[in-house]
Ligand binder design. Structure first.
Ligand SMILES: [Zn+2]
Length: 401
């Protein structure tokens, strides 16, 4: 089975390369607008414009009329003109609106390649035509054939989007390791193994700064230079937060799906829980939905399963040792002792262990025999949502605008 996943990676260009990047997105916009205008002109003159002819026309005049474009990858204007053809096609198929001219600074982007083989990776570097080897913030995450390389700008950062064709193995269940994951307040994630993973410190710092800056921003006068400057700073901070969070989530979800083939998580999609301010804050800090999305597609890639445990399952109020149910459990209680069997519990680890048990009971492995023999508590009868497996086509940094 073949899947295409897109990895967007931040580029770390040197000043010369950054200048070339600026020229690339400028050239892409220029060629796009040139082809769009030319298309309209030819159409009105009763001709039948097409993108292939426009590309030939552009190539013929560029050495004389636009010599500066020769310093850039030849794919840049070519792919931009191809995009004009696609824009008209989508318009004629009634899938998009009438093609419009591109404006500076609005979705600046450029395709730098002419297909596989016109660019290459080696570790944390990408080799691009005319630009050379550019440092990447991280290596390409997927094993497979990189299909194209599209440059874009987000606030003050440069990113490259690489779709990768991956031959997906048919799901095999070789590793029978299971884990329950509890998402919480004092610790971002607690595993049933007893491990605790905290959200990265810079994230907390940036989120605090964000709150303060957003407040300051709202007080600035609309249309003022001051407000424009603060908007730019906000956008920068947004992008940085998104990046730190995304980095943390990717590291965590990759590690989890590599180690465990059956992962239980709680369904936190519940208004009552979000109404609890502190808990809501902590969960949205790390991004529960993104966490679940990444876990699901990574598990699907490696043949693993994610079990989403029902939101009403009292994971923190049930003793993982004997299954007894503890009535009152205010959130601040971190440690408790089971009145029934006397076992001392760390609140989060106990919750994670209960989630693991429910996941095992419903994960339905062939040969799985773990249907709750160890406990006789309420969790056995708890209705559990079926594991949802869905495949994501793209992932990467979402733009926060
Ligand atoms: Zn107990």
């Amino acid at each position: 089975m073949r899947t295409i996943l897109t990895h967007r990676i931040e580029l770390k260009p040197n000043p010369i390369q950054e200048a070339l990047f600026r020229q690339c997105v400028g050239a892409a916009r220029f060629a796009y607008n040139w082809a769009l205008a030319e298309w309209q002109r030819q159409f009105e003159a009763g001709e039948k414009p097409n993108e292939a002819a426009l590309r030939r026309q552009f190539n013929a005049i560029k050495p004389i009329e636009f010599p500066w474009i020769l310093d850039l990858p030849k794919a840049v204007p070519q792919q931009a003109i191809k995009n004009v053809g696609r824009a008209w096609q989508r318009f004629f198929q009634k899938k998009s609106k009438f093609p419009r001219f591109k404006r500076r600074g609005v979705h600046d982007s450029a395709r730098l390649d002419n297909g596989p083989g016109t660019f290459a990776f080696s570790g944390n570097r990408i080799r691009l035509p005319k630009i050379g080897g550019v440092r990447l913030r991280e290596a390409l995450r997927f094993d497979g054939k990189p299909l194209s390389a599209t440059l874009s700008r987000e606030a003050d950062r440069w990113l490259i989007a690489i779709p990768v064709a991956i031959d997906r193995p048919d799901p095999v269940r070789e590793r029978h390791a299971t884990v329950g994951v509890d998402l919480g307040v004092s610790t971002a994630l607690t595993l049933s193994t007893g491990e605790k993973i905290d959200s990265p410190k810079p994230l907390k710092k940036y989120l605090q700064r964000m709150k303060r800056r957003a407040r300051q921003h709202s007080r600035k006068q609309k249309g003022s230079a001051n407000r424009r400057q603060s908007a730019r700073k906000l956008a920068k901070l947004h992008a940085r937060i998104a990046h730190v969070r995304q980095d943390f989530l990717h590291q965590t979800t990759t590690a989890l799906t590599r180690r465990f083939s059956l992962i239980g998580i709680e369904d936190l999609n519940v208004k009552g829980m979000m109404a609890n301010d502190r808990l809501a804050r902590a969960i949205s800090d790390i991004g529960f939905y993104e966490f679940r999305r990444q876990l699901e597609y990574k598990a699907a890639l490696s043949g693993g399963t994610i079990v989403v445990v029902d939101r009403w399952f009292p994971s923190s109020k049930t003793c993982s040792a004997c299954g007894a149910y503890c009535q009152a459990m205010p959130l601040p209680v971190r440690q408790w002792t089971c009145a029934h069997c006397g076992v001392e519990h760390d609140r989060d680890i106990n919750a994670a262990q209960n989630i693991q048990r429910v996941a095992l009971a419903t994960g339905s492995w062939p040969g799985s025999h773990a249907c709750g023999e160890e406990g006789a508590g309420r969790s056995r009868k708890t209705p559990v949502k079926p594991a949802s497996m869905k495949q994501e086509i793209t992932h990467g940094i979402k733009s926060h605008d």
